[in-house]
Design a protein. Sequence first.
Length: 272
Amino acid sequence: MNEEPTLLVEDRGEARWITLNRPRTHNAQSPGLLHELERVLTETRDRRDIRAVVLAGAGRSFSSGHDLNAAVQDSDYKRNLETVESRMWQEAELFVRPVTLLRELPMPTICRVQGHCMAAAMMRVSATDLVVASSDAQFSSRVTRDQAADDVEVPTVAWDLGVRQAKQMLWLSEGLSAEQALGLGLVNWVVPLEELDAKVESVVAELARVSADALALSKQSFDFIERRRGRDDAAAYHFLAHQLSHNTEDSKALLATRVAELEAKLAARERS
């Protein structure tokens, strides 16, 4: 039986819709999905006929973040967790590169968010230009608490929410409702779930009325401002701090416990 593709790509007129397609896992981002996302974004980058990109998630949620089951079910991924350097290069490839490609697309990008938007999914939101959320959207990350790691989302969450709100979310594992996210400037619009696609399509239509070259140059200016403010320096520093945090005794113990629990669940599933 052929497996469903982890990513759906649909060109609707001049807009490209890229949809994370693992709804049974709330679109947990597996290594396979992330590699495919990198490939699609690379191909999209040079398409002058695409005026806007929509990033969406199939099913009830936008994304539950990185797929923790990969530490058990993906042999390559699991093996790369065994040394400091292999884990670092793996995370640079899987976690950093697709976000960078998304952020650097020359055309406007819109994130369509419903349901859960957790942990690494927050980086996708931060990397897009505009965000439309349904009223049931919830934004959260429990990585600092549950994995004893310097959460990979620290720079993006601090950039989007401000330092104190970021600490409240990441240190205390306190989520944000869609309305709270709107008030803090994390999202641009909040609409009922049944109106989500219509709102996204209306934003796409409005962008299509603006010169593509003007938007591309404006986006470059916004990006220059963010770079001058230190966005890239903060991200580069944090990536190494994040790698160091994986190697504390607390973090290694929690990883071992989590892997053991996942292996037990997998074994029980195979026996049933």
